[in-house]
Design a protein around this ligand. Structure first.
Ligand code: PMP
Length: 428
């Protein structure tokens, strides 16, 4: 028995399913999750001492790699003067100022503790500001596990085949309308059926919880126009894409300014964090400035602010984003070549350092239905062959992959070496 196997057995006695977030359990790919003992740069080390090139990066936050010296130093400095005060700090102002300076459309911002909190709060604010009850989301898009958003969500729900979680009252779910990503007609139809009743459209501008599906040309522009016509707010959920797909996130990359934006992951550098913000007139409705209530004991936590600020300052570097994108392109070109050599139908998507891998002969997916139609069995076999070869991919066919600034020649060569064998294993 390996150490990970023993730990998984032990974990299941005291933790439901042995994990604190479902996809970590390897349920959809089978086998035993690797329990991680340490991480450095682009590498994870598991409890058995095996090393893996990491393409999960804590599901996105570790864009500079693990144990980046600037972040470690910022954390050590803050540790020396206090962990949490429950009172305002200058660090929070610095974070808010930095976010507002870099993220298009962000005039004011409120910190919270997770992406889930950010989207829940943004929706409450949108409903409070518009006086409308309906929200519109897209099938396969995941916005955290708030009740109203656990309707036809992606990520873990897709992995486990649960369209809408038990425990979400039907009376509540009925206010969540679901359209198809990259299909403006499906959005128009819902606006036609619910005129002047939709508070907000919430979208992952690059869908990262049904693998990685970029927006079709005109899709985000179309959402902006439909929202404006109806008086609904447009919310970009940039928890994944913020500071990932480019230095100004997806709003900057595609030149569309939403009314509200949610952030998380990268802005905390691996510490628990989230944020939501946008138009000043809307944000002013939030307590204590306005009547819409939202709060958090640990919100704006000094350690999270210190780590996040250090990471965001290091990310103020166009050359770094160019390098991330080039490394990712090289990785994907190598994977496609390995697949082609082995005769395995395969395609990839990329936006900056975010990527998707698809085992399909029907072309690159642009819709939810295309993603669902991919060959799951091929993915599972590829995943395990890569894991055996020392490469840690997301343990689900419905998650995006992430490259960090610590991924270099050695890591790409190692990955492509493993991929050649893995593609051969699939063909057999
Ligand atoms: N929104 C998006 C787009 C996400 O990808 C995620 C998590 N992967 C969330 C919201 C929820 O964030 P958290 O897990 O921090 O609650």
């Amino acid at each position: 028995m390996t150490c990970s196997e023993a730990l998984f057995e032990r974990a299941q006695r005291s933790i439901p399913g042995g994990v604190n977030s479902p996809v970590r359990a390897f349920t959809s790919v089978g086998g035993t999750p690797r329990f991680i003992a340490a991480a450095q740069g682009a590498w994870l080390t598991d409890a058995d001492g095996r090393r893996y090139v990491d393409y999960v990066g804590s599901w996105g936050p570790m864009i500079l790699g693990h144990q980046h010296p600037a972040i470690t130093a910022a954390l050590e400095a803050q540790l020396a003067i206090g962990i949490s005060y429950g009172a305002p700090t200058e660090l929070e102002i610095e974070m808010a100022e930095l976010l507002c300076a870099r993220v298009p459309g962000l005039e004011q911002v409120r910190m919270c503790n997770s992406g889930t909190e950010a989207t829940m709060s943004a929706l409450r604010l949108a409903r409070g500001a518009t006086g409308r009850d309906y929200i519109l989301k897209f099938e396969g898009c995941y916005h955290g596990h708030g009740d109203a958003l656990l309707v036809k969500a992606g990520s873990g729900l897709l992995t486990f085949g649960v369209p809408t979680s038990p425990g979400v009252p039907a009376d509540l779910a009925k206010y969540t309308l679901t359209a198809q990503f990259n299909d403006l007609d499906s959005v128009q139809a819902l606006f036609d059926a619910h005129r002047d009743a939709i508070a907000a459209v919430i979208v992952e501008p690059v869908a990262g919880n049904m693998n990685c599906v970029p927006p079709a040309p005109g899709f985000l522009e179309g959402l902006r126009a439909l929202c404006d016509r109806d008086g609904a707010l447009l919310i970009f959920d940039e928890v994944m894409t913020g500071f990932r797909v480019g230095p100004r996130g997806a709003a900057g990359l595609y030149g569309i300014t939403p009314d509200l934006i949610t952030l998380g992951k990268i802005i905390g550098a691996g510490l628990p964090v989230g944020a939501f913000g946008g138009r000043r007139d809307i944000m002013q409705r939030l307590a204590p400035a306005g009547p819409v209530y939202q709060a958090g004991t640990l919100s704006g936590n000094p350690l999270a602010m210190a780590a996040g600020l250090a990471q965001l300052r290091a990310l103020d570097d166009a050359a770094l984003y160019a390098r991330l994108e080039a490394t990712t392109a090289e990785l994907l070109a190598g994977l496609r070549e390995a697949a082609q050599r082995a005769g395995v139908p395969f395609s990839t998507t990329q936006v900056g350092s975010m990527f998707g891998l698809y085992f399909t002969d029907r072309g690159t997916p642009t819709r939810y239905a295309d993603v669902i139609a991919c060959n799951l069995d091929a993915f599972k076999r590829f995943f395990h062959a890569m894991l055996d070869g020392g490469v840690y991919l997301a343990p689900s066919a419905y998650e995006a992959g992430f490259v960090s600034a610590a991924h270099g020649r050695e890591e790409i060569d190692h990955t492509l070496g493993a991929a050649a064998a893995a593609m051969d294993a699939i063909r057999r």
